[in-house]
Design a protein around this ligand. Structure first.
Ligand code: ATP
Ligand code: MG
Ligand code: MG
Ligand code: MG
Length: 569
């Protein structure tokens, strides 16, 4: 592809609501364009990355023996009534009506549709097992679509559904899918963990999530320091605190609020908007009969309120502060976050354990004293618990498998696999005849991957302050040949020739032949995140071109007659 013909227009600024690196760079790089809240157009570069991810997924799914189908995006409401999810699914389900008054939904997931498809053909155990998958649009009317492709309303999912004669065969397929997913995410060059998870609105017995590790992830996950145990914090808490160790964690909720308050009620008490309006608020509270200053943190975007809160505690903004300023404020340098906490503030309450820890102890954890920090467990749907003391929470989080301490980290859910059993087949009366001629409901599994979310997750894990750094496997182009000066005939000729040769080798190559300044081309190369640039510039007359490695920022001078072989490797 020639950049001069490419439908790609990079921007200097990102919109104000873009706060995560992936959202900022996808918009600035002209990969996607917002159409409405949580709904995006994909420009050519975005579509290429999407297709690269699709290809990796398709290849591994086909290898596992699953078969690709395409289920209708719009499904009859009656199917959802059969399982009872028409009511249960809640407001994320977008219900629509046609001109005749027939009701439909925009598919947020497709268990009902696939059961309907399979029950109409499969009658005998001899036809099992089956695993059908699709890579298709989904619509969920998310209450707070945000972070670009990370939480859209319209998004692309790979969803697979398997049908078995018994639980044993489901277990086999579930393990096969776990292995298949591991191959898929490894191929994409992602650092991920498989964690024990809740089954959520999909239902069923066991489930595992695939989490891409990234600071901006919305999920808290616990990872054992010794064994392979990893779990979503929701599951870990239930297992380790609520069930096995309920008294160990001293809560301080009575200090400011009566028991069992919801996050909304507490936010009202604090006088703050529960969702995305403010990051911190300072209040006085009583601890151990003493009045202390408490800082409450709530996730949010920058607002005037935030500045006010910051001024109230005399905090400096660490995003802008120099190391000197940080030290002067009595803080530990190294903390990367929006707030500095002066040392006279004893209590930090946060919705994020790790963040609270870093605020109190500093990122290097040298002075590991977290007694005074609290964890505001602000589950948006559930009740609120405020833990007195992170140390106690940590003790209560001990690994349920081996008893060693657990570490807490952030993840982006990119995949989720479920053992459904007969949760859908039974109410939908989807049965087959077993070996003894007895009718039995299908035993099912289902397996999702957030295909469009993966684009953003890959960026959250692979970027710097200049832009994206694509893993090679999913990069829209692997090599960007930059012509330093398009008025120089020798540069154009050399670059064109190299471009043709690389194309013939099936290397994904872009030729930046635009009449732009060199600086513009390099900035675009860095923003757009191609793994390599070949700079065909002034040194060409001495037989030299430069290769830039986007990830390491290494600049290698290569003889112009050797550059083709160099890149081929
Ligand atoms: P989340 O917890 O992030 O809301 P979920 O648990 O509701 O996700 P699943 O029902 O497990 O999602 O769907 C399978 C996969 O689809 C998820 O693992 C995720 O990668 C992707 N996904 C879910 N919701 C969205 C969304 N709003 N935007 C983009 N991808 C999504
Ligand atoms: Mg969800
Ligand atoms: Mg989830
Ligand atoms: Mg899920």
């Amino acid at each position: 592809m020639r950049f001069s013909r490419l439908f790609c227009y990079t921007l200097k600024e990102a919109p104000k609501d873009a706060v995560t690196p992936s959202h900022i760079y996808l918009i600035r790089g002209g990969y996607i364009k917002q159409v409405a809240a949580g709904i995006y157009d994909f420009a050519p570069l975005g579509k290429i990355v999407l297709d690269n991810i699709r290809d990796i997924i398709k290849k591994e799914m086909d290898n596992s023996g699953a078969q690709e189908v395409m289920l209708s995006f719009i499904t009859p409401y009656e199917l959802w009534e059969e399982t009872g999810r028409a009511k249960k699914y809640g407001d994320e389900l977008l219900r629509i009506e046609d001109r005749k008054g027939n009701k439909f939904v925009l598919s947020p997931t497709n268990e009902e549709s696939v059961v309907d498809l399979v029950r109409s053909y499969v009658k005998s155990y001899k036809q099992l097992p089956i695993n059908l998958y699709q890579i298709n649009l989904k619509f969920r009317d998310e209450a707070r679509p945000r972070f670009g492709l990370l939480r859209g309303r319209e998004f692309i999912m790979k969803d697979a559904y398997s049908f078995h004669k018994d639980e044993e065969d489901l277990d086999r397929e579930f393990n096969l899918m776990e292995e298949t997913y591991k191959k898929i995410f490894s191929k994409m060059g992602l650092d991920f963990r498989v964690v024990e998870a809740d089954s959520g609105a999909i239902g069923g017995s066991g489930s595992k999530e695939f989490m891409v590790l990234a600071n901006t992830g919305e999920d808290d996950i616990v990872v054992c320091s010794k064994c392979d145990y990893a779990a979503n914090i929701e599951v870990a808490k239930r297992k380790t605190i609520k069930k096995e160790n309920p008294i160990k964690t001293e809560t301080i909720e009575e200090v400011y609020t009566p028991n069992k308050k919801t996050i909304e009620e507490v936010c009202e008490f604090l006088g703050i908007d529960p969702f995305f309006s403010i990051k911190a608020v300072v209040k006085k509270a009583i601890f151990d009969d003493k009045e202390e200053i408490v800082v409450f943190f709530v996730r949010g975007t920058d607002t005037l309120e935030e500045t006010k809160a910051k001024n109230a505690i005399g905090a400096i903004d660490l995003a802008d502060a120099s190391e000197e300023e940080i030290k002067k404020a009595g803080l530990v340098p190294g903390f990367i976050g929006p707030f500095g906490i002066p040392s006279n503030i004893k209590y930090v309450i946060d919705d994020d354990l790790r963040m609270a820890e870093e605020l109190v102890c500093g990122a290097n954890k040298k002075d590991y004293h977290i007694k005074g920090a609290g964890l505001l467990d602000a589950n948006l749907l559930g009740n609120l618990t405020i833990y007195r003391d992170i140390a106690a929470v940590k003790e209560g989080d001990l690994c349920p498998k081996c008893g060693k301490p657990l570490k807490i980290t952030k993840g982006i859910e990119v995949g989720h696999i479920f053992k459904l059993g007969d949760v859908y087949s039974k109410p939908m009366n989807a049965t087959f005849l077993d070996e003894n001629g007895k009718a039995k409901p299908f035993i099912m599994g289902c397996y999702g991957i957030g295909v469009s979310r993966l684009i953003a997750a890959a960026i959250e894990q692979n970027h710097d302050d200049k832009g994206i750094i694509w893993p090679k496997e999913i990069a829209p182009f692997v090599v960007d040949i930059i012509i330093g000066d398009v008025k120089k005939e020798n540069q154009v000729k050399f670059a064109e020739n190299l471009y043709e040769k690389l194309k013939n080798e099936n290397i994904k190559v872009l030729l930046d032949d635009r009449k732009e300044r060199f600086g513009v081309k390099i900035n675009d190369f860095e923003l757009l995140g191609f793994p390599y640039a070949v700079i065909v510039g002034k040194k060409l007359k001495d037989g030299i071109v430069e290769i830039r490695d986007r990830r390491s920022d290494e600049k290698i001078e290569v003889k112009s007659n050797e550059v083709f072989d160099f890149l081929k490797e």
